[in-house]
Design a protein around this ligand. Structure first.
Ligand code: T1G
Length: 694
């Protein structure tokens, strides 16, 4: 008995080739070898066709990403796919779950594909910063045409079985038992010469103008990421080169991208996205069942959280101060769900069902039967403590109490409650039904079981949860505030905001810091600065411009002006003499000499401060691993995934270089910055932050 993950069973006139490599049948070396052997077995056996099926939850989900950093080992997937294609007997791929990347490429080497109705097929390599390297860019366009192949490969978004049938990617969609359906199909093609992909350049070829239009679209969506264009160019080869030459060029393109920093960063993000959900403190802790949740507060945040909870299939009681306010909260949830209906993500009946699971209420007694409460009320300690006191009384002693505070200390909120072990922070990001990040904040007494429950709930809500300890702003906003501070310093020194916003956008962030403040509104920052004013260290440089804007009632887009001004109803930031004047005045009062920073220096300084603060957060144990910080920034703040997050970006840039930049920032404003000892240590070790991920 062999222990190969690929087995061949003879079933009358068919060979059933089964791949069994849990959890997702990735194409590890043993699988490639097994498939290669299986082709020989099928050739030699007295059968008329072969059915390729997978055990477990999915068809082959692609190459084994863990093998990317190892030396490639023969047989390579391209060869194995070629062997299947050249077999003298037809192969039928029976697809269930997700046929992704090398998995779909293996299926493309088969002569026919049949799929379960629920199956999905895609070439998501672009999300890993690479291109499909086993024939995907050559075979797919020959089957589905240029436009559909460009769409599928450059976006990486998989298609449904029904769509695949329309595109000619699958021959048959099987309702009921997939293997039986595939066998029936296979018997119908026994004796037929296996139809191989045409080796001539694909046809019909789009015109030059059509290619140019498609390329421009891909480039725009890529926003600095290189692999979408690499994919595009390789697809175009399918229309000028024969299959073998196209495959060779594809292989070369693949090797270049695989070794790129962007691919390294994206692979890190792939594994970090999974690891972030499993912090050590919850290992072995059993999450509790959560069926009913009370949301306190029906404002923007509360209604967003309620929407997301409903979409996760939970019952929600929304508690407000009055019946009218509760009704307004209910209406906000309805608006959120309506927009999901409009986008085709929810049916009208689906919406009605979710709305029926929502109960607006105007008294805390309504929280009685809930398993968990999330508080999303005004950011004020007294208010929050009152809410928690009322929940403590209304709910069972074991029910979990979560606060959505972004700045207040959960330990203070929990103080005096019957059972502070059940208090946890769940910091959502606005709009909460859209943004993926939730910081799960571990207060002094939060139990591992409560933390595990918060993580499980976040997963149910399809959110990315990251564990944070208690500090001002937790991981994300604390880093944001340091980053804003250095941007403020550069702004005051340069007497300008536009070049800073531009440099940050060019780095790949969706928005520059000043534009972002205008979008989010300047009020919260203002309130925070006032809150922290009594304890502010006078040695730390303080830039007053934002305060001047707020005093003038300029709170951002909503008020028509903030850092920029906005025409009525428009979102385009326009430069504004008021802001310019305020900057000049502030700089003069502070006695700052005018300086210039080029785009590269702006970007490096902003990143150095972000990374320095991240290192400090690690050193203090607020984040357990660099990857937790990376995920917070990617999922909550639009940090470009293809840069891997700030800590990964530090490794890619070279931590010693980041340290040198940080030292330059600190030297310019003595007393304003602490260069993190951990940053120094990691720079000296030469091993990078990744080493601390464990
Ligand atoms: N390689 C290695 N490990 C993988 C893996 C892969 N391709 N896919 C998943 N895993 C691990 C994952 O880390 C997790 O591990 C466990 O499997 C379950 O995954 C030549 C070069 C298939 C839709 O990009 O999209 O083919 O955390 O939690 O939610 O052109 O995994 O349990 O230790 O995500 O049910 C292209 C990536 C590769 C697919 C399943 N393929 N995977 O989702 O489970 S490149 C992909 C996924 C390629 C060729 C090129 C999803 C999934 P752990 P999970 P899931």
């Amino acid at each position: 008995m062999s222990d190969s993950p690929v087995s061949v069973a003879i079933d009358g006139d068919l060979a059933i080739v089964t791949v069994d490599n849990p959890p997702v049948n990735a194409l590890a070396h043993a699988v490639r070898e097994g498939l290669s052997e299986a082709v020989k077995t099928v050739e030699a056996a007295d059968v008329g066709a072969a059915v390729l099926v997978c055990a477990g939850r999915t068809f082959i989900a692609g190459a084994d990403i863990r093998e990317f950093d190892m030396a490639p080992k023969a047989p390579h997937l391209t060869e194995v796919v070629g062997q299947i294609e050249m077999c003298s007997k037809p192969w039928i791929a029976a697809i269930h779950g997700t046929a992704l990347g090398g998995g779909l490429e293996t299926a493309l080497g088969c002569h026919y594909r049949v799929a379960a109705a629920t199956a999905k097929m895609g070439l998501p390599e672009v999300h890993l910063g690479i291109l499909p390297g086993a024939g995907g860019t050559q075979r797919l366009p020959r089957i589905v045409g240029a436009a559909a192949a460009v769409e599928m490969i450059t976006t990486g978004v998989p298609v449904s079985a029904a769509r695949a049938k329309e595109m000619g990617l699958v021959a048959k969609v099987v309702e009921g038992d997939l293997t039986e359906g595939a066998k029936e199909f296979a018997r119908s093609v026994i004796g037929v010469t296996p139809p191989r992909i045409d080796r001539a350049p694909a046809a019909p070829a789009p015109s030059d103008a059509e290619w140019a239009a498609m390329r421009a679209k891909v480039e725009k969506a890529a926003k600095g990421q290189i692999s979408p264009l690499g994919c595009f160019d390789s697809i175009r080869n399918a229309f000028r080169l024969d299959l073998d030459a196209g495959l060779e060029a594809e292989r070369e393109g693949f090797m270049v991208l695989k070794d790129s920093d962007q691919s390294k960063a994206l692979r890190h993000a792939f594994f970090a996205e999974r690891a972030v959900a499993k912090p050590k403190v919850i290992a072995g802790a059993k999450p509790r069942e959560i069926a009913r949740v009370a949301v306190v507060g029906g404002g923007l945040m509360g209604s967003g959280i309620a929407t997301s909870l409903l979409q996760a299939g939970l019952e929600v009681t929304m508690i407000e101060m009055s019946a009218d306010a509760a009704e307004a909260g209910r209406a906000r949830v309805e608006t959120n769900l309506d927009s999901a209906v409009k986008r085709g993500r929810l049916s009208a009946e689906g919406k009605a069902k979710l709305m029926a699971a929502l109960t607006p209420a105007a008294d805390y007694g309504a929280a009685a039967g809930a398993d968990l409460a999330v508080e999303a009320v005004f950011e004020d300690m007294e208010v929050k403590r009152k809410v928690f006191g009322a929940l403590d009384e209304a709910m069972g002693a074991e029910a979990i109490l979560a606060t959505n505070t972004s700045y207040l200390n959960p330990n203070e909120i929990a103080a005096g409650l019957r059972n502070p072990a059940r208090v946890v922070g769940m910091h959502f990001f606005s709009p909460a039904h859209v943004m993926r990040l939730v910081e799960v904040v571990q207060a002094a007494e939060t139990s591992p079981e409560v933390l595990a429950t918060a993580f499980a709930l976040a997963k149910k809500m399809r959110k990315v949860a990251a564990l944070s300890g208690v500090c001002d702003g937790f991981i994300g906003n604390r880093m944001l505030s340091a980053y804003r501070r250095v941007c403020d310093y550069m702004m005051e020194d340069m007497r300008a905001i536009e070049p800073i916003d531009q440099a940050i956008r060019d780095f790949g962030m969706p928005m520059g810091p000043f534009q972002l403040m205008d979008l989010a509104g300047l009020q919260i920052g203002w309130a925070n600065r006032k809150r922290l004013a009594p304890t502010r260290d006078p040695k730390v440089r303080y830039v007053t411009v934002a305060d001047r804007l707020c005093e003038a009632g300029r709170f951002g887009q909503k008020t028509g002006a903030g850092w920029y001004r906005y025409e009525k109803g428009a979102r385009t930031p326009l430069s504004d003499p008021f802001t310019q004047d305020a900057i000049e005045k502030a700089a003069e009062e502070a006695g700052r000499e005018k300086r210039d920073f080029d785009a590269e220096t702006i970007r490096r300084r902003a990143m150095a401060v972000l990374i320095n603060e991240g290192a400090q957060i690690l050193d203090e144990g607020i984040a357990a691993r660099p990857l937790d910080i990376d995920m917070v920034k990617i999922f909550g703040y639009g940090f470009p995934r293809w840069r891997g997050g700030p800590m990964m970006h530090a490794d890619i840039t070279g931590v010693d270089k980041v340290l040198a930049d940080m030292e330059a920032v600190a030297a310019d404003d003595p007393g304003s910055w602490t260069v993190s000892p951990l940053l120094r240590k990691v720079a000296k070790s030469g091993e990078g932050f990744a080493k601390l991920n464990g």
